[in-house]
Design a protein around this ligand. Sequence first.
Ligand code: HEM
Length: 457
Amino acid sequence: MPPGPRGFPLLGNALHIPAINPWLTFMEWGKQYGSDIIHLTAPGARIIVVNSIDVAVDLFDKRSTVYSDRPYLPMLCELVGLANWNIGFMSYGDHWRNIRRMFHRYLGPQEAKMLRPTTIRHTNNLLNKLLSQPEKFLDHVRTVPGEMILEVAYGIKVTGADDPWLRLAEEGNDSAIAAATPGRFLVDLLPFLKWVPAWVPGAGFKRLAMEWRQLNTDMYTLPYEMLEGSATSSVAQTMLSNVDVTDVPEYDEYLMKVRDSTRFITICTNNVNSCSSIIAVLKTFFLAMVIYPDAQELAHKELDSVLQGERLPDFHDMLSLPYTMALVKEVQRWHPVLPLGVARRTTQDDVYGDYLIPKGSMVLPNVWAMSRDTKDYPDDPDSFNPARFLGASGQLDPSVRDPDYAFGFGRRICAGRHMASDSIWIMMASILATFKISRRKEDVGVSLERYTSAFIV
Ligand code: HEM
């Protein structure tokens, strides 16, 4: 087995794994044991943590048939029921494969480009909100990605911060993040607890699970019902209209016949689920701009010289704005929003180098450790420094590791990454082109870093 701290009988390392920011401890253990791959145990679970990109690529990319399953967390998968319809938590197999293929068809690289006008419209909406109520910037950052993704997925036009669709999406997302945070619920460590009746004192998790199950069911049934007879263009509507196309594969026809198919709904609701990651990236961006005003200033200068104060940035400006692009990359590297990625599970025993990785192990990519690797980022990886991505000429240096590992690896790499990358670039570039972000007077000298320690921080 890979090295790791010695565990206690029965409990294993359960008491060693910190509840707060475990990725930091996993990274330290990697250094202490001199290994990019470490091994821990918890009751009923064997955990493998991958602390380097090279090992992640070897396992998740090159041995993807063994490492593409997801672990079974009773709270998330069974009690809340997310593994039934959320592709991100679904077991690896034909059902997942079919949905994944469709995801690619509607959100692949070319399809994501078609969504750019919508992204720009929502970005402009964000700018207007920031202009009229700058003090509520966190509310705007929280709502705009949800508005955008609800429109893309279902054609739903949100009417304001209290819009019921937006609230449903937010509450659904929050519950999914909470249920997906490993170690948050005892039932994930002691699965027999799932049989405890909801009325038993201490079984609050069961009542919570029932509430979240309903919320998540609403999330995939209600918007779908609204689509009936709607002419608004959206991923969902496009899929429905494809029914008449003669060359669509049999699978699509089946899908259209089974109107309430979870397969169909999965695509759209997952889009909505995923906006939490975009929100988290934007919050980190605001934080970095306050803490590192020099970086912000350099981006302002670059944007001013290209745009001449006459227009907002557009996607065709990407290549002319290397510093801004480097800043967007650095936001993703400096504080990865999914510090432990999304866990995998091995479907068979595997031998990697000298190590045995048994079937059924939970394998965690420690994205945080990867972002701090001094081989890739020799210059103080804890500090925010967009220039690390630039060469002497001021252009992007292709030899510097791109932080795209924040989107995962192999067959289960983020299915919405093209759209997500576009959205965060245009939003950050547009905000920088129009605003100066600085600390409130009353916050001078106060630490502003308040990250949660969850699945998505
Ligand atoms: C900056 C924003 C985002 C980040 C950092 C992010 C990151 C991730 C990561 C780390 C995974 C797990 C990959 C793995 O297991 O290796 C993932 C999965 C996924 N993401 Fe994203 N994501 C973002 C935005 C989005 C958006 C906007 C969408 C949809 C439009 C999306 C759709 C998905 C889906 C469907 C999966 C599950 C893939 C599977 O299990 O097969 N993501 N994402």
